[in-house]
Design a protein around this ligand. Structure first.
Ligand SMILES: *[C@@H]1O[C@H](CO)[C@@H](O)[C@H](O)[C@H]1NC(C)=O
Ligand SMILES: *[C@@H]1O[C@H](CO)[C@@H](O)[C@H](O)[C@H]1NC(C)=O
Ligand SMILES: *[C@@H]1O[C@H](CO)[C@@H](O)[C@H](O)[C@H]1NC(C)=O
Ligand SMILES: *[C@@H]1O[C@H](CO)[C@@H](O)[C@H](O)[C@H]1NC(C)=O
Ligand SMILES: *[C@@H]1O[C@H](CO)[C@@H](O)[C@H](O)[C@H]1NC(C)=O
Ligand SMILES: *[C@@H]1O[C@H](CO)[C@@H](O)[C@H](O)[C@H]1NC(C)=O
Ligand SMILES: *[C@@H]1O[C@H](CO)[C@@H](O)[C@H](O)[C@H]1NC(C)=O
Ligand SMILES: *[C@@H]1O[C@H](CO)[C@@H](O)[C@H](O)[C@H]1NC(C)=O
Ligand SMILES: *[C@@H]1O[C@H](CO)[C@@H](O)[C@H](O)[C@H]1NC(C)=O
Ligand SMILES: *[C@@H]1O[C@H](CO)[C@@H](O)[C@H](O)[C@H]1NC(C)=O
Ligand SMILES: *[C@@H]1O[C@H](CO)[C@@H](O)[C@H](O)[C@H]1NC(C)=O
Length: 389
């Protein structure tokens, strides 16, 4: 499946996060999820209607590891605000956040089972998402990442959770038609739909521009090969700072600089990752050069880039992280890159680097003060890490 590789990478990075979180929990037990003694407190804050909605939602899940055992109708479980993964507003007592993604659940799992969770593919399986979820009208934060919905469609009613700010459905194995009903969620600031198995998207223009508050967008492994105006559409999200479109089959954009950067264009992109696409059009560089003051992260791995490292890169003077691995790039004039003095990490695995490369590294190491040579697997296979002290 198309999303498999991305799911695998995400799992790896999550495993690291979990180890870190567990370390924190060992130091500070109050951070742990699922270890609260919920029977010892008298006050029940939770609204019955919302409790019933959550129980209906749980009913649509298979909870192999019994991680949601705190969710129940028993006397001592009445307060749904104390259930694993549920957060209520301190002011209104309404349920405002649902954290059922891989990270929080794996922390619960590791505590419960006393073993590491990293070999597990998913903790919860989605049979049928209960429409009662929309009773949670105050919900602002919804993370169902890595629940296995086994290729089913994301229900239409998700578009009615109109208060959502944060929606993470990454690696949840949704399939079928792309859920353009998310365009109804006009307050969204964070949207991650990466690593699912949606059918190819035809029309981004009908829904994405409605999300004018988005700062974070990840649609990795969604087939966007028919969306020829993707660059124009994402550029016009006025608040966008983080854009990740790995392995989307992105077509090379045809743009005219005059059609971008009119009113409402983002002026503050900081993080762009377009790796594993084949979009080699020079328009990409023209576009990137508009973010010379804000762009700190650029990933263009495996992007069919050939020839010289594009000279426009030298104008991206704010870059801290640059990854151009798995291309066929070379450096010709090392000194033209002397402006990249903020760089801390440079990844150039698997390129066609010539002898000029060592000069390039030397130049950067002078300018960046400290060069950390991290790995050198073969003559054209490099990773250098720079850091400043
Ligand atoms: C939780 O509280 C009940 C009484 O309310 C008590 O009997 C029980 O031992 C407590 N459990 C833990 C793990 O502290
Ligand atoms: C809400 O209450 C919890 C528990 O008493 C507390 O940890 C948290 O900081 C409070 N949050 C806010 C925003 O006041
Ligand atoms: C997942 O869906 C397939 C059909 O698409 C079905 O054969 C399989 O049993 C489902 N798996 C689970 C665990 O429900
Ligand atoms: C979009 O939101 C409106 C108003 O909140 C609602 O009536 C409509 O059903 C929603 N559409 C979808 C697809 O969820
Ligand atoms: C992406 O969608 C297009 C158009 O529907 C299709 O031709 C192509 O095979 C799809 N690519 C992948 C990798 O599924
Ligand atoms: C610009 O964005 C604002 C909201 O941020 C929106 O109300 C307005 O319609 C947008 N203008 C255009 C021309 O898209
Ligand atoms: C957005 O990108 C910046 C720069 O790479 C990064 O520091 C930040 O953590 C990213 N934000 C999120 C929510 O991932
Ligand atoms: C490069 O990207 C293609 C998709 O465009 C993918 O199939 C391939 O596995 C990627 N190669 C590497 C080395 O990541
Ligand atoms: C970005 O580019 C513009 C135009 O080329 C230039 O005026 C500006 O000084 C540059 N900013 C930075 C931080 O390099
Ligand atoms: C880099 O910026 C300078 C001025 O800021 C400009 O003259 C030059 O054309 C830019 N180079 C590229 C390759 O865009
Ligand atoms: C570079 O990538 C190509 C294609 O993925 C592969 O055949 C080759 O072995 C790689 N070279 C090195 C040095 O990793």
């Amino acid at each position: 499946m198309e999303g498999d590789r991305i799911r695998c990478l995400k799992k790896l990075s999550r495993a690291l996060i979990v180890v870190f979180t567990l370390l924190q929990c060992a130091v500070n037990p109050s951070l742990s999820l699922g270890f609260k003694n919920i029977s010892s407190e008298g006050v029940v804050r939770c609204f019955e209607r919302e409790r019933e909605a959550l129980l209906a939602f749980k009913h649509g899940l298979v909870d192999h590891y019994n991680l949601l055992s705190s969710w129940g109708r028993e006397e001592h479980k009445q307060d749904c605000c104390k259930w694993v993964g549920v957060h209520c507003s301190n002011r209104t007592n309404h349920v405002t956040q649902l954290h059922l993604g891989w990270d929080p659940l794996s922390v619960s799992y590791s505590h419960q089972q006393k073993i590491d969770s990293w070999f597990i593919d998913y903790f919860l399986q989605g049979k049928k998402m209960s429409p009662k979820l929309i009773e949670l009208q105050r919900l602002k934060y919804l993370d169902l990442s890595s629940i296995n919905f086994n290729g089913t469609r994301l229900p239409f009613f998700i578009g009615s959770l109109s208060n959502l700010r944060h929606l993470d459905l990454s690696s949840a194995s949704f399939g079928g038609q792309f859920p353009s009903q998310v365009g109804n969620l006009t307050h969204l600031q964070y949207l991650d739909l990466s690593g699912n198995d949606f059918n190819s998207v035809e029309n981004l223009k009908s829904w994405l521009p409605l999300l004018s508050s988005l700062t974070y967008l990840d649609l990795s492994s969604t087939n966007l090969s028919n969306v020829h105006d993707w660059l124009e559409i994402v550029s016009k999200l006025p608040k966008l700072t983080n854009l990740t479109l790995q392995e989307c089959g992105l077509p090379s954009p045809v743009i005219h600089s005059s059609t971008l950067f009119n009113i409402n264009s983002s002026k503050s992109l900081a993080h762009v990752d377009l790796s594993h696409n084949q979009c080699t059009s020079p328009s990409i560089y023209l576009w990137l050069s508009n973010y010379n003051a804000s762009l700190v992260f650029l990933g263009l791995d495996n992007s069919s880039l050939t020839g010289l490292i594009p000279s426009v890169i030298e104008n991206l003077t704010s870059l801290v992280y640059l990854s151009l691995s798995y291309n066929k790039l070379d450096v010709v004039n090392p000194h033209s890159f002397s402006s990249l003095c903020s760089l801390q990490s440079l990844y150039l695995f698997n390129n066609s680097l010539s002898g000029q490369f060592s000069e390039f590294v030397q130049m950067l190491s002078t300018c960046c003060r400290r060069l950390h040579f991290t790995e050198r697997a073969s003559t054209d296979h490099y990773m250098y890490k720079f850091s400043k002290y």
